[in-house]
Design a protein around this ligand. Structure first.
Ligand code: PRP
Ligand code: MN
Ligand code: MG
Length: 179
């Protein structure tokens, strides 16, 4: 439980997210139009809402798999040490893979996870993140698709937590501390 009282202000509405996902899914379908074996990989836990909405807009033959990585725990600050808590169920060697992430902040999580997945020699590996905070980068990471670039604010909702809370908000909100 977060210890300090805070309020959440809407930053990106559910409607704006849905519209952006429609656009992104068209670009993704174009990139993978020749595939008969796309594996869409969600990074647990933050991406669970985004991946659910994204795959339902994708008119492609896909499989869905998950990998769980954690670097923040209940803290507001990245530990910079990415732990893999649950690996993929399936093999990805020779397959087309799309990694789906909720937010890129310092870059440590996606950098670590994509290096791990690339070592398994997929045919093609692309990445998408709903949100990007370029001002916070500590390791370089450039995703193939980004939903929205956002300023350095603490955000929650649409899968993203603050100390495990608020993942179920249907929009992206900005956290402000009250005192
Ligand atoms: C959050 C978020 C991203 C990552 C981004 O995950 O969901 O995966 O941090 O931060 P980075 O670019 O600085 O690495 P978290 O570790 O909180 O786990 P969770 O997805 O289970 O909330
Ligand atoms: Mn995460
Ligand atoms: Mg988290």
């Amino acid at each position: 439980m977060p210890k300090r009282p805070y309020v959440i202000e809407e930053m990106i509405s559910a409607k704006a997210i849905a519209a952006r996902i429609e656009e992104l899914s068209r670009e993704i379908a174009e990139e993978f139009e020749d595939t008969d074996k796309l594996v869409v990989v969600g990074l647990l836990r933050g991406s669970f809402v985004f991946i659910a909405d994204l795959v339902r807009e994708l008119d492609l033959p896909i499989e869905v798999d998950f990998i769980e990585a954690s670097s923040y725990g209940d803290s507001m600050e990245s530990s910079r040490e990415v732990r893999i808590l649950k690996d993929l169920r399936g093999a990805i060697e020779g397959r087309d893979v799309l990694v789906v992430e909720d937010i890129i902040d310092t870059g440590h999580t996606l950098n670590h996870v994509t290096n791990l997945l690339l070592s398994r020699e997929p045919a093609r590996l692309k990445t998408i993140a709903l949100l990007n905070k370029p001002s916070r980068r500590e390791v370089e990471f450039v995703a193939d698709w980004i939903g929205f670039e956002i300023p350095d604010e603490f955000v929650v909702g649409y899968g993203i937590d603050f100390a495990q809370r608020n993942r179920n908000l249907p929009f992206i909100g900005k956290v402000s501390f009250v005192e």
